[in-house]
Structures are given as structure tokens and as C-alpha cells.
Ligand binder design. Structure first.
Ligand code: 5GP
Ligand code: ZN
Length: 137
């Protein structure tokens, strides 16, 4: 897709620090890493995010997400890893080509996801449950 940074990386029109590639998927290092080894895993075809990616293509991508995370543990001495992925601008998506962040974690590394958990109201849980289940049908 024209004007998509990640399509340009796939096409070799922009440089990237590649980690893995096959017919469907490319994994490379994030240029603004949140931790050493912060990796991005993308489908080679352009999809905006999880909303439009076909399940089959997603399967190919998630397999490599696992592979990269395990390689961070085995190769970088990470104690674990997070997988982070945003859908649409309001959720914090900046690059509109589907990507999964894979972030190596170490004990006391100070990284964290920001949200503000609060005890759920049982009535709200029920209403929300009904809305989501209806949308799943
Ligand atoms: P988002 O906020 O959309 O989930 O994440 C986009 C990610 O892409 C950011 O972490 C950003 O650092 C990374 N990024 C943006 N442009 C480039 C680039 O040209 N090369 C690489 N390797 N990463 C990029
Ligand atoms: Zn793209």
C-alpha cells in the first residue's frame, strides 16, 4: 500500500533490522524500542489491524509472535515477554499496518502498561456481557 511505512519495509524500499521472514510474515526490531530487543511482527500483506485481517493470515502472524518471544527468552536472557497490539487511533495505533509488539521483560525492568483497574459493578458486568455476546452472534 502506498505511503505505508511497513509496506515499504516489506518491499525493501526502507531499511529495517530484520529478525525473521517467510512468505507471509516479517519480524524486525522496533526503531524506538521500549526495551532492548523490542520487536515488531507484521503480515507482509497490508491489513490495517485485527478488524480487517483474515483469520488464516492472522494465524501465520501469531505463530511468529510466539517464535520471536521465545527467541527473546532464549537469546537475550529475558525472563518473559509481553505482546501488545493496538486497533485504531483511539487505542493508540500509530502505524496503520497490523503489527504485534513483542517486548522482552526482565525482573524489575520498570516497564508497565497503564490502566486504572477498578472493582466492577455486577450490574454493569451483566449489561456489558449481554452487549458483547449479542455482537458475537
Ligand atoms: P503503534 O503505536 O502503531 O502500535 O506502534 C508503531 C511502532 O512502529 C512504534 O513502536 C514505532 O517505534 C515503530 N516504528 C515506526 N516507524 C518505524 C520504522 O520506520 N521502522 C521501525 N523499525 N519501526 C518503526
Ligand atoms: Zn502496509
Amino acid at each position: 500500500m502506498k505511503d505505508c511505512i511497513f509496506c515499504k519495509i516489506v518491499a525493501g524500499e526502507m531499511p529495517s533490522t530484520k529478525l525473521f521472514e517467510n512468505d507471509h510474515v516479517l519480524a524486525f526490531l522496533d526503531i524506538y524500542p521500549g526495551a532492548q530487543g523490542h520487536s515488531l511482527v507484521i503480515p507482509k500483506k497490508h491489513y490495517v489491524n485485527l478488524i480487517d485481517v483474515p483469520e488464516k493470515e492472522l494465524q501465520e502472524v501469531i505463530k511468529i509472535v510466539k517464535k520471536i518471544g521465545v527467541a527473546q527468552v532464549n537469546g537475550l536472557g529475558a525472563h518473559g515477554f509481553n505482546v501488545h497490539q493496538s486497533n485504531n487511533k483511539e487505542a493508540g495505533q500509530v502505524v496503520f499496518h497490523l503489527h504485534f509488539h513483542v517486548l522482552p521483560r526482565k525482573e524489575n525492568d520498570g516497564l508497565g502498561f497503564r490502566w486504572n483497574p477498578q472493582k466492577a459493578n455486577p450490574e454493569e458486568l451483566k449489561i456489558t456481557q449481554e452487549k458483547i455476546i449479542k455482537a458475537l452472534k
